[in-house]
Design a protein around this ligand. Structure first.
Ligand code: PLP
Length: 501
C-alpha cells in the first residue's frame, strides 16, 4: 500500500481504491401489484385430497381432508427463495457489526460437516451405536472447558439466555446445599446485557444494579457497598459491554468470594479472550458460551443456537443431565451419558442442539489453538481500527472486540436506518445507556481492511447528513421503515396471519 498525491491509498501495482462504501446501493424489491413476492401457496394453490384410506394415529380434529400443496417446478422454487434472499440483508451480503452480538460469517465447511450422512443420527439410539457422536460432544465439552478455564461443561442449553438461566439455577442449587438459602441478591452492572437482569429475576433473585465508574468499569466502592451476606452472585462480562477490560478483575473476584458469593461470567462474546485469557483464571465460577457468536455457528431467526455452561468443580454436580464422559484411554476409550449427582434436571431434549454443537466443534477443531488466538488478535485490531476511522465521537477506549460510539446530536435509530441505505448493517443502537445515542459496534475478526474502510465510509457519510434525510431512511431497501414496536410485541409468525389481514 502507498499513498498518491491526494493522500489516497493505492494498491501496489493495482488500481486505486477509494473507500466510499456502497453509495449507489439499491436492495431488490420483488413486488407484484404492490405486494411482495407471493407465498408459494399463492403462486399455486392446488388442493390435494388426502382421503380416508390413510390410517392416521393422530387424534380426530387434527387431521385434514385436504391440503394446499403448491405444485411448483424446481426453478420456480429456487427463484422464490433467491428473490426472498435478495430482499433481506445477511452475513453473506456484507458486514454485520452488531455490538454484543458477534455476527461473524458462518463458515461453509461447517455446513458440509453437519451435512455428512453420519451426522444425522437418531437421538434415541443406544450409546454403543453412536460412539462417534458422543466423542464429538465429549471433545467439545473439553475444548470449551479449556477455552474458558472451567472444569466441567454442559452442552444442553439452546441459547445464551438459556445458558444464563442454567448457570444461575446451578449457582442457586450450590447455595442451597451450602447454607446459602438466605442469599437473595444477584448484582449486575447497569451496562450489562438485558438478559442478565431477566435471568436473575426469572431465577428467583432480587437484582441489585451496579453503577460504572467514570472510566466505564466496575466501581469497586459501589461493589463493596452492594456485597453482603445476601449476595448469591455477581454477573459480569469482561471485556465489558463498552469493550473495556475490567483490570481489577482479580480484586473483584476476591471481594465477591469473601462475601460468599459466586462470580458469573457472561461469555456470549468471547472473541477478545480466545487463546489469551480465561474466565476461570480470573476467578469466575460459572459461565456460558454462545457458540452462535464466538464459534461462528448460524444465529438463525432466534435459534436454534447453543449456550453451553461451564463451571468450576464445586458446581459440576449440579449441571443439567445428561453429560458425556469417557471411560478408558486410547483405543479402549468409550463414551457414555451420565446424570450429574445433584443435577438441576434436564433443560433440553437429549444433548442439546446437536448439529449446532457439531458445527462449533468443527470450527474450533479446524482453527486450533493458533487459529483461535489469531481470531482474538484480529477481533481486537479490527475494533480499534474501525473506531479510529469514525467521525463519530468514541468516548471510551482503548477497546477489545467492540466499541461504543455516540451519534451525538443525531438519533441513533435514524443513523441505523440510514446505514442500511449504504448497503451495510447498522450497529446495535441506544445501548449501553452510559453513552448517549450509543452506536455499539463490533466489526468481528472476519472483515478485512477494505471491508472495514467501506463500513467506516458508510458511518461517516451518515454522520454528515441532514436530519430530514435520516428521518426518511431507509429509502433504498426493499421495505421502508417498519413499526418495530408492534413487530416485536405483536409478531405474526405464521402465514395464517395473512388470512386475516
Ligand atoms: C447475545 C447475548 C446474550 C444472550 O444470548 P442469546 O443466545 O441471544 O440468548 C447474553 N449476553 C450477552 C452479552 C450477549 O451478547
Amino acid at each position: 500500500m502507498s499513498r498518491d498525491g491526494d493522500g489516497r491509498e493505492t494498491q501496489e501495482g493495482g488500481a486505486e481504491r477509494t473507500p466510499h462504501g456502497y453509495t449507489d446501493y439499491e436492495q431488490a424489491r420483488w413486488t407484484q401489484n404492490g405486494t411482495y413476492e407471493p407465498l408459494l401457496s399463492e403462486k399455486d394453490s392446488t388442493r390435494v385430497e388426502i382421503g380416508d384410506d390413510v390410517d392416521s394415529p393422530l387424534p380426530e380434529g387434527l387431521t385434514r381432508e385436504e391440503l394446499t400443496l403448491p405444485q411448483l417446478s424446481e426453478p420456480e422454487l429456487a427463484r422464490h427463495y433467491t428473490r426472498l434472499s435478495q430482499m433481506v440483508y445477511g452475513i453473506d451480503t456484507g458486514p454485520y457489526p452488531l455490538g454484543s452480538c458477534t455476527m461473524k460469517y458462518n463458515p461453509k465447511f461447517t455446513e458440509d460437516v453437519a451435512a455428512l450422512p453420519d451426522a444425522a443420527v437418531h437421538p434415541d439410539r443406544k450409546a454403543e451405536t453412536v460412539q462417534g457422536t458422543l466423542e464429538v460432544l465429549y471433545r467439545l465439552q473439553e475444548y470449551l472447558g479449556r477455552i474458558g478455564g472451567m472444569d466441567a461443561v454442559s452442552l444442553q442449553p439452546p441459547a445464551g439466555a438459556a445458558g444464563e438461566f442454567v448457570g444461575i439455577r446451578v449457582a442457586a442449587a450450590y447455595h442451597a446445599d451450602n447454607g446459602g438459602e438466605e442469599r437473595t441478591d444477584v448484582i449486575i452492572p447497569e451496562s450489562a446485557h438485558g438478559t442478565n437482569f431477566a435471568t436473575a429475576a426469572l431465577g428467583g433473585y432480587d437484582v441489585v444494579s451496579l453503577p460504572s465508574d467514570e472510566g466505564g468499569r466496575v466501581d469497586l466502592g459501589a461493589l463493596e457497598a452492594a456485597l453482603s451476606e445476601r449476595t448469591a452472585a455477581l454477573m459480569l462480562t469482561n471485556p465489558n459491554t463498552l469493550g473495556l477490560f475490567e483490570r481489577d478483575i482479580t480484586r473483584i473476584a476476591e471481594l465477591v468470594h469473601d462475601a460468599g458469593g459466586l462470580l458469573y461470567y457472561d461469555g456470549a462474546n468471547l472473541n477478545a479472550l480466545l487463546g489469551r485469557a480465561r474466565p476461570g483464571d480470573m476467578g469466575f465460577d460459572v459461565m456460558h458460551y454462545n457458540v452462535h457468536k464466538t464459534f461462528a455457528t448460524p444465529h438463525g431467526g432466534g435459534g436454534p443456537g447453543a449456550g453451553p455452561v461451564g463451571v468450576v468443580s464445586e458446581l459440576a454436580p449440579y449441571l443439567p443431565a445428561p453429560r458425556v464422559r469417557r471411560r478408558g484411554d486410547g483405543n479402549d476409550a468409550s463414551y457414555e451419558l451420565f446424570d450429574p449427582e445433584s443435577t438441576i434436571g434436564t433443560v433440553h431434549g437429549y444433548q442439546g442442539n446437536w448439529l449446532v454443537l457439531l458445527k462449533a466443534f468443527a470450527y474450533i477443531a479446524r482453527l486450533g489453538d493458533e487459529g483461535l488466538t489469531d481470531a482474538s488478535a484480529k477481533a481486537v485490531l479490527n475494533a480499534n481500527y474501525l473506531a479510529s476511522r469514525l467521525e463519530y465521537e468514541v468516548p471510551y477506549g482503548p477497546f477489545h472486540h467492540e466499541f461504543v460510539a455516540s451519534a451525538g446530536a443525531q438519533d441513533a435509530a435514524d443513523v441505523a436506518k440510514r446505514m442500511l441505505d449504504y448497503g451495510v448493517h447498522p450497529p446495535t443502537t441506544k445501548w449501553p445507556e452510559i453513552v448517549p445515542e450509543a452506536l455499539m459496534t463490533e466489526p468481528t475478526e472476519v472483515e478485512n481492511k477494505a471491508s472495514l474502510d467501506d463500513l467506516a465510509a458508510a458511518f461517516n457519510a451518515v454522520a454528515n447528513e441532514e436530519r430530514e434525510t435520516l428521518e426518511r431512511a431507509p429509502e433504498r431497501t426493499s421495505a421502508r421503515r417498519i413499526d418495530q414496536a408492534s413487530a416485536a410485541r405483536e409478531p405474526r409468525l405464521s402465514w395464517h396471519a395473512l388470512e386475516d389481514r
